[in-house]
Design a protein around this ligand. Sequence first.
Ligand code: R5P
Length: 295
Amino acid sequence: MIIVPGPASEELGRKIAELLKQKIVPIEFKRFPDGESYIRFDGEVENEDVVIVQTTSPPQNENLVQLLLMADTAKELKAKTTTAVVPYFAYARQDQRFRPGEAFSVRTMVRLLQTCGVSKIFAVNSHNPAILKTLQVSIKDLSVIPLLAEYFKNKGFSGAFSLALGKKGLATAVEANSVLEGDYGFISTKRDRITGKVTIEEKALPVKGRDVVIFDDIISSGGTMIKTVAWTCKQGARTVHVACVHPLLIGDAEDKIIKSGADSIVGTDSVPSRISVVSVAPLIAEALVKRGAKR
Ligand code: R5P
């Protein structure tokens, strides 16, 4: 197996290769003055099982094009198989045609990868794993929620209340609570399809006087998390901590979440950021081992 750390996930790709003790083929990368990407494999991949590691967080269009260029080039260089590790899978939130005439974006992304020779995709806490399973390429969705919960356990928050958001809220809260072993709950969220405005279900939570860790897959504008933190504080929580898988943190989202009452905010290196303190590398390495890599 050859690991190819893409320009958007260089450090993560190297960590995965190190954990697996597998060889790296680096990518020579340049951005032309007009913004186009130049990609070159600095090593042989012929007849190899190639694993490209490239997250597709913002600038997602650039990162996606780089991923497509790497995958198609690996195919042309006669790689035996090409696997794409895409920790943050861009466009995953547009997982259906909500309004007539809309693009079914995630399906288009998967089709493009397939055309470029990708036969397997690993993603981390993708927005809707059920939809991904219906698409043409084999997609394995991994969950880093236990590792995020472990982080808080090691910080002394064993027994904290695990609160999660959205459609997968209950499952996420149960998963986190299996590590933190406090109590758990979830809050439903709703996004207006036209304005994008999020509302959260303001339901009573048994958090008075307790430490609470709020889990969500994505923090983008921070709107959803700001409302949830404020609501949790209003219910009398002792401390409120935020754990997110993909810290996109657009604009001053991090600041705004802290100002809304959060005591801390933590994310993973699925999306490199200031708060990416939990690594998804062990999770991905383990999944690749299960798929047949030799340590
Ligand atoms: C929604 O379904 C996701 O789980 C996140 O809650 C959402 O994407 C966060 O977006 P924002 O930070 O812009 O509210």
